[in-house]
Design a binder for this molecule. Structure first.
Ligand code: NAD
Length: 416
């Protein structure tokens, strides 16, 4: 089965469990599942590098899932595997995340099926701005606010802001995750990874895992994985393995995260990092450790490798890294899973803080952003944990239940 189907099936499975527990009627389920709008566009760009001078077309998507609680909100992904099915599932997940952390947004997701590494900077800017031209009628400060995701970054958000401003005036709040110089939020870049680390530490403490005794393995050393690694290392956790798309590195003694960052910066990959031995991305997931943090792509833990996972705590920094069958296998063995809609919600929470600062034209200091983030994440975690304990269910089921109830109530109150 391809990844797109696995994501949709996984999402549908978790939702159906929650719908059944909440005894929702068929029409309510349909309202909660269906997208408000699904947009697909073709983006033409002339590629001029490597001796080429040829017009190419790329497929772009934006799925606006639900806006009962506020404007659509969600990232833009530039990755070769992007397709409508994947974007639909990720857009839905954004609706549950924003509801879970109780911020006044709905859920959306978008992206372009492209390997951004194959375009030079000028081509990437052209592609992004053309995509923005096509999305301009449906995005907006109070309509739909994109943000970075895999393969996109503050620079891409700056290009979107520039393009959108040409026809709508300078509206910094139309995107979040911008460079700080253009109204970005101090602390936004590290917010998702920082939040992952904060919640990992909280969950580990409840499992009586101390930082000194806990070996951590992280798959994916991009924005989320690297900042989770930095914060966890600062808290005293031993990071024994890291990976990127090219493969992983392992050291039983622990990896110095600042050296790993410097090596990645110099060489473009983690492989060859001094003092480590190579490990494949598949082997890395099965290493002996206390905490495993998948922070790359969807469906990396499936029924094929779930029984080989040795971690006691799995923290879903990535979106949907564990399929529903693997989820059941892990739970049966007593593995605790911090689900994506809770574990990586720090990203959209900081995006909300950025949007608020833009609307008020009043920037906050990084310390204030991160302390508010930690406080809100802690209280969200406590609410989910309390419900899970009260109803004897796992954290994911409790998180979905809380989020769905909030969206369903908003739909009912608004009367559509
Ligand atoms: P990124 O592009 O910055 O980093 C992705 C990392 O994963 C890179 O190290 C890349 O080399 C690695 N990778 C890519 N393909 C891989 C593969 N097949 N096997 C192993 N590693 C692979 O992306 P990011 O922003 O860090 O996002 C990572 C995950 O976190 C995604 O699932 C994303 O949806 C989710 N997420 C991101 C944010 C955010 O604020 N950036 C917020 C919430 C959730």
């Amino acid at each position: 089965m391809d990844k797109k189907c696995i994501c949709q099936e996984t999402q549908r499975h978790f939702l159906n469990l929650a719908f059944n527990r909440l005894r929702l009627e068929e029409t309510q389920r349909e309202l909660l599942l269906s997208s408000f709008r699904e947009t697909r566009v073709t983006i033409p760009v002339t590629l001029r590098h490597n001796g080429e001078n040829r017009l190419h077309t790329f497929q772009g998507y934006r799925v606006q899932h639900n806006h009962a609680r506020g404007p659509f909100k969600g990232g833009l992904r530039f990755h070769p595997d992007v397709n409508m099915g994947e974007i639909q599932a990720l857009a839905q997940l954004m609706t549950w995340k924003t509801a879970l952390v109780d911020i006044p947004f709905g859920g959306a997701k978008g992206g372009i099926a492209i390997d951004p590494g194959k375009l030079n900077e000028t081509e990437l800017e052209e592609l992004t701005k053309r995509f923005c031209q096509k999305l301009a009628p449906i995005i907006g400060v109070h309509d739909d606010i994109p943000a970075p995701d895999i393969g996109t970054n503050p620079q891409v958000m700056a290009w979107i802001l520039d393009e959108y401003s040409k026809t709508h005036g300078y509206r910094t709040a139309v995107v979040t995750g911008k460079p700080v110089e253009l109204g970005g939020c101090a602390g936004r870049l590290e917010a998702t990874g920082h939040g992952v680390a904060h919640l990992t530490d909280k969950a580990a403490a409840e499992m009586s895992l101390t930082p000194e005794q806990s070996r951590v393995v992280i798959q994916g050393f991009g924005n989320v994985g690297s900042h989770a690694a930095i914060t966890l290392a600062n808290k005293g956790y031993k990071i024994i393995a890291l990976s990127d798309v090219h493969g992983g590195v392992y050291s039983e003694k622990g990896i110095d995260i600042s050296l790993a960052l410097a090596h990645l910066h110099e060489t473009g990959a983690l492989s060859g990092l001094a003092g480590t031995s190579p490990v494949s991305n598949d082997e890395l997931l099965e290493l002996p450790c206390e905490i495993l943090i998948p922070a790359a792509l969807e469906a990396t833990i499936t029924c094929d490798n779930a029984d080989a996972i040795q971690a006691k705590l799995v923290v879903e920094a990535a979106n949907m890294p564990v399929t529903h069958r693997a989820n059941d296998q892990l739970l049966q063995r007593g593995v605790v899973i911090l689900p994506d809609l809770l574990a990586n919600v720090g990203g959209v929470l900081a995006s909300y803080y950025e949007w608020v600062q833009n609307l008020q034209q009043f920037p906050w200091e990084r310390e204030l952003v991160l302390s508010r983030l930690e406080k809100r994440l802690s209280s969200t975690y406590d609410t989910v944990r309390d419900l899970a304990q009260e109803q004897q269910i796992d954290m994911r089921s409790a998180a979905y239940e809380l989020a769905i109830k909030r969206v369903e109530r908003a739909i009912r109150l608004r009367g559509f």
